[in-house]
Write a protein that binds this ligand. Structure first.
Ligand code: NAP
Ligand code: MG
Length: 400
């Protein structure tokens, strides 16, 4: 059989623990037999991040800017316990945080829907994609404990010396304070990423904030979205037969629960953090959630939404078989290969990515799946496979 050739490389960002094990398995079983895999490899395994003083993480982000498409394995974000475990020089920052800060953009999370795994919400028929703004708000806030009676102010000093000042609160006793910000440039690129993604997916875009209460902060998000939509996207949306729809976030939550799915839900940073876990769990499993970071300049980084599955890794190290679900990581690879193919006009590669996804889904729908899904499936012929048996089952179907 002739292997599919790749014109340009994708940036391959390897990671940690059980997902690193799966990573190698996916390449061996599902990619290398069919493609002449062309990647530029960056090892973000925690040991190598430590060895390079985290330079490898920065290099991988700049490589993504150069080649436009990356696929990333889950990585450990070190805490005190990991610093000891890996004898780290420092408590290195979250790689995803570092990469996001360099690429900017929006994270889109979409569940993989298969027959036999019923969403907990009865009406949901199609996947719901969460578009999470990846900059600012409480993730870049400053906080204070108000230590007794006193006055708190919010002030802005323009570089030309003008000051605007409002009282936050006159404390009669102890309390707490928080200051946060966002940037027009970041909100605008969030908006454009969402509008572009909706056009590509041909799905409606919903956006909600709490603008009735937050009359300046949240209202500003609403206004910038509307302005960009009216000036740049209105006719493109009507040509594509899709809709942009803004309403209060409470209203969105109520509508989402009653909907059939099939839309993109744009969320501010915190809302997206919380709602993507809700949507993933309600669709069945975190192991079935895909994730892509889309930068305003058109760089794409694909990954699974789950972590490195530490508990399974320690079992694996002891020689105990695990049943770790590789679907989200497979879809990270197929997403990156499809995007590479689209950019390079390499239709064979696009076609392969489609087939890989279809085959992986059909394998589960045949009853062959890992334990996490097996416990939930409504199919009556479920066979629970271990980590490697599942990859081999997909390979067998792919060869067919
Ligand atoms: P996790 O790796 O997502 O796993 C949490 C639990 O969810 C697992 O113990 C397992 O449950 C289940 N699970 C997750 N993915 C699964 C899969 N593919 N197949 C089967 N079950 C799966 O989260 P964590 O244990 O909180 O974090 C572990 C490490 O991952 C941390 O060091 C964290 O820093 C890192 N992390 C990285 C990323 C990223 O790189 N994007 C994201 C999140 C976390 P059972 O044990 O019950 O089977
Ligand atoms: Mg979260």
């Amino acid at each position: 059989m002739n292997k599919i050739k790749m014109i340009n490389p994708i940036v391959e960002i390897d990671g940690d623990e059980m997902t690193r094990v799966i990573w190698a398995g996916i390449k061996e079983e599902l990619l290398k037999p069919f493609i002449e895999l062309n990647t530029e490899y960056y090892d973000l395994g925690l040991k190598n991040r430590d060895l390079t003083n985290d330079q490898v993480t920065i290099d991988s982000a700049f490589a993504t800017k150069k080649h436009k498409v990356a696929v990333k394995c889950a990585t450990i974000t070190p805490n005190a316990q990991r610093v000891k475990e890996y004898e780290l020089k420092e408590m290195w920052k979250s790689p995803n945080g570092t990469i996001r800060a360099i690429l900017d953009g929006t994270v889109f999370r979409k569940p993989i829907v298969v027959k036999g795994i019923k969403p907990f919400v009865r009406t949901w028929k199609k996947p719901i994609t969460i578009a999470r703004h990846a900059y600012g708000d409480i993730y870049k806030d400053v906080e204070l404990i108000a230590n007794g009676p006193g006055e708190a102010f919010l002030s802005f000093q323009n570089t030309d010396g003008k000051e605007e000042k409002v009282m936050v609160h006159k404390f009669k006793d102890k309390g707490v304070l928080l200051g946060m910000h966002n940037l027009d440039s970041s909100i605008e690129s969030f908006a454009r990423s969402c509008f572009n993604y909706a056009l590509e997916a041909k799905e409606d875009l919903w956006f909600g904030t709490k603008d009735t209460i937050s009359k300046k902060y949240d209202h500003h998000f609403k206004d910038l979205f509307q302005e960009i939509f009216d000036n740049e996207y209105k006719s493109k949306f009507s040509d594509a037969g899709i809709e942009y729809f803004y309403t209060l976030i409470d209203d969105i939550v109520a509508r989402i629960i009653r909907s059939q799915g099939g839309m993109i839900w744009a969320c501010k940073n915190y809302d997206g953090d919380v709602m993507s876990d809700m949507v993933a769990s309600a669709f069945g499993s975190l192991a079935m959630m895909t994730s892509v970071l889309v930068s305003p300049e058109g760089y794409y980084e694909y990954e699974a939404a789950h972590g490195t599955v530490t508990k399974h890794y320690y079992q694996h190290l002891k020689g105990i078989k695990t049943s770790t679900n590789s679907m989200a990581t497979i879809f990270a690879w197929s997403g990156a290969l499809r995007k590479r193919g689209q950019i390079d006009n390499n239709f064979e590669l696009v076609n392969f990515a489609d087939k890989l996804e279809k085959t992986a889904i059909e394998t589960i729908e045949e009853g062959l799946m890992t334990k996490d899904l097996g416990l939930m499936s409504t199919l009556d012929n479920v066979k629970i496979l271990d980590t490697f048996e599942f990859l081999k089952a997909i390979r067998k179907n792919l060869e067919k």
